[in-house]
Design a protein around this ligand. Structure first.
Ligand SMILES: [Zn+2]
Ligand SMILES: [Zn+2]
Length: 369
């Protein structure tokens, strides 16, 4: 089945050479275990972590030490978001640390919750009204994401606010409670295993419902996932090590090159998926719209509806897929390949689980009249 579908997709996508392409810059995701789709596929996958704290705010380690951890995990990028400061950028920490591109951005404290701002030229004042902050970030042409909307300690209060780029659809601080982290700390000490964190992964149903409501208002809202990694230490125990948090949730971006503008562009357009790579390596996941012999679009794209439009999903290892249309589950598939007819316009996104655990959340494909 796998070979047949992959071959079929290769044939289908062989016809999409019209996509502008600088072939020299684009190793295909299949080189990392993805599907054998044809070479004209215009993107490569950049895997990284967004929302990390260093010693520039309340994180445990300095940027360089954290970047070394990312390097060891072969992460393509890291986005630091220390609280209310861009000092790390001013001190020259942004740039390549080994094979990992480090970007220095900011988590802004507002009166109504925390807001991640990516690509700011200068800091936005803290403790202002949330809507004022959203506007101030947009005015600088930067991207803004609501952080941990339902974290009881710092919830996002204004759920009707708009104008942001997106929100954290998965936030580790919301999901993995401090009590669990404490248990994890003891588990890690006694067993030396970090994988018990999988036990506490939950589908963030409340946040996903919020996302679907926002999308239903007709706004493009990009979903990202974040560990909010601090290298948490309590009672002398290291409870949330960066290395573990970096596997717990990652953002997989489709980019044409690995650069600061390309990363922000993928984040602005929603050309990404969120994955718990601790559950299984998610590199190579694919969610496409195809029609006849052409690639019609990837996540974040707007695609015109036609009767013969189909959605295709590929999982890098077997799992279960659920397709959502306008927030409602409409189809399921199991295994590695899913082909789905498109019965009409709508906002289509895909979730995947593996062995009963949440695994992958796609960004939507927008199918229009
Ligand atoms: Zn926060
Ligand atoms: Zn944070």
């Amino acid at each position: 089945m796998r070979n047949r579908s992959s071959a079929l997709l290769a044939v289908l996508l062989a016809g999409c050479a019209a996509v502008p392409l600088d072939s020299s810059a684009i190793p295909h995701p299949s080189s990392r275990g993805g599907p054998a789709v044809a070479a004209p596929y215009p993107y490569r996958e950049a895997v990284g972590v967004i929302h990390i704290h260093s010693t520039y705010s309340d994180g445990l380690k300095p940027v360089e030490a954290i970047a070394r951890i990312a390097n060891a995990q072969e992460l393509d990028f890291l986005i630091f978001t220390d609280h209310d400061t861009l000092r790390g950028r001013r001190e020259g920490k942004e740039g390549w640390h080994g094979e990992t591109l480090v970007l220095i951005d900011e988590e802004i404290s507002t009166k109504g919750g925390h807001y991640l701002a990516l690509g700011l030229a200068r800091e936005v004042p803290r403790l202002e009204d949330a809507r004022w902050t959203i506007e101030a970030v947009s005015r600088q042409g930067a991207l803004g994401f609501i952080a941990h909307p339902f974290w009881p300690r710092r919830p996002w209060k204004d759920l009707d606010a708009h104008g942001m780029t997106g929100l954290e659809i998965y936030s580790a601080v919301q999901d993995v409670t401090e009590e669990n982290v404490l248990l994890l700390g003891f588990w890690t000490i006694f067993t030396g295993s970090e994988f018990s964190l999988i036990q506490w992964l939950n589908r963030p149903s409340e946040t996903l419902a919020l996302w679907d409501r926002m999308l239903a208002r007709g706004e493009r809202v990009v979903g990202i996932g974040s560990p909010d990694a601090h290298g948490l230490r309590r009672w002398g125990l290291q409870l949330g090590p960066y290395a573990t948090m970096f596997k717990l949730v990652r953002d997989h971006l489709l980019v044409r090159e690995l650069s600061r503008p390309a990363i922000y562009d993928a984040l602005a357009k929603g050309r990404l998926f969120v994955a718990h790579d601790l559950v299984a390596d998610a590199r190579g996941f694919t969610f496409l719209a195809v029609r006849r012999n052409a690639l019609e679009g990837v996540m974040g794209d707007q695609v015109k509806w036609r009767r013969d439009l189909r959605l295709y999903a590929y999982l890098p290892s077997p799992g279960k897929m659920s397709l959502f249309r306008d927030g409602k589950p409409v189809a399921e598939a199991a295994g590695q390949h899913g082909w789905f007819p498109v019965s009409g316009p709508g906002i289509y996104r895909l979730e995947a689980t593996r062995k009963g655990k949440p695994w992958i959340y796609s960004n939507p494909l927008y199918v229009i009249e």
